[in-house]
Design a protein around this ligand. Sequence first.
Ligand code: 5AD
Ligand code: SF4
Length: 480
Amino acid sequence: MSFILLDIHLLLQKILYQFIMITVDLTKINDPKVNFKKKYAEGHSNVYIETYGCQMNVADSEVVVSILNKNGFAYTEDIDVADLILVNTCSIRENAEKRIFNRLQHFKGLKKKNKGLLIGIIGCMAERLKEQLLEQEKLVDIVVGPDAYRDLPKLVQQAEGGQQAINVLLSREETYAEISPVRLDKNGVSSFVSIMRGCDNMCSYCVVPFTRGRERSRDPETILNEVRELIEKGYKEVTLLGQNVDKYNWKNAEVNFAKLLEMTAQLNSKLRVRFSTSYPQDMTDEVLHTIAKYNNICKYIHLPVQSGSTRVLDLMKRGYTREWYLSRIDAIKKIIPNCAISSDFITGFCSETEEEHKETLSIMEKVGFDYSYMFKYSERPNTFAEKNLEDDVPEKVKGRRLDEIIQLQGKLSLKSNKNDVGKTFKVLVEGVSKKSEERLFGRNSQNKVIVFDRKDNQIGDYVMVKVVDCTSATLMGEAI
Ligand code: 5AD
Ligand code: SF4
């Protein structure tokens, strides 16, 4: 049973948050301009894309496919017919990179069978490792950083001509504002919309400011247009994405994040609006009041705390104390009483003591997080921590501390879910349960997954579901 729970939990982590691996789903792409069969018949190149890492990468892959599509590339989910394989990568932890390196070795092997095959690495690893990937490793033909995707068609041509093809320039302006992404999701219900790029926070452990560059906000009109297009295509939910959405700022606060949320919510009352990720230091009461004011803004905030110890938070350069974080939680609970809250945690950060680890456990209990994403500290090259702090907590201790917070989160999630038994929620249906054709699954406003009997409900419907049972990972309900 615990295996099944762990399985479901992992699945949820994959679906709901990060470290998603998607492949392009050809069957979903019904735009006539994107007719794979026709283009293939005409002898165009086919691109296959694999995406690792955060939701932002998922959104970026959709931009990349759009750029390539406009330049005569068809795309495929069948790797065997690909002329170009792109891997959109993540550098956040060493493990993520290792996994991708293995995958690249595998792709390199495919070149023996298919001599013309080109392999491109894009995203954070491309930005971090740059020429090394072309020279030392010789694993790939093309290297493109997150701000250089418009250059991809030209770089592919260069690589076809046998030249080195690399562009890892970061930009202070690029937001791919007017590009209409080709949707690669499988359900046609929920989509990501990027509202800003980069991160200026410089948390001491984090590689993201180096791989994704400076913070910049996207023109709100283009964001709203993208959401309007999604509504027209029948999508029911959007997630506004940024590394720190609370810093969204268009033209000296002419539009701030609260205003953008409001404008998005006002487009259509049947559209659910979500967002990620919030930052404790920057999340304003104005944002909280906006969430409370609109029924269609989901009552769920992902507010990573990372550690419960003020000293560790200081070393992490998070810019807030334990008390400040707790005061923001109080504000959420006061302004949005039915709001679910989740967090990220890092265990075993440089010099973290047993006492400080216990402070993390105690902040978890105090807040009662509905769920969390938990990681062992992984030292990343060139970060402040790598240069100035010692990665001195033994691997075994990091692992044991991680196990402890996972155990505790399991208990907190179960408690939170048990509290929902007997309640009725409006659920947006996202798919058919893997275990039974007779059951559907979807999420409530609080982002909790609910599985329930199908009856004659369809994917994309809003259904009122009464919760009758739960595990720590899932609510089970009956449609009413
Ligand atoms: N080691 C472990 N976890 C990390 N994260 C970011 N950088 C690291 C790192 N070097 C985690 C943080 C962040 C989430 C996206 O990934 O918890 O919120
Ligand atoms: Fe990394 Fe901190 Fe920026 Fe998040 S807010 S991407 S953890 S630097």
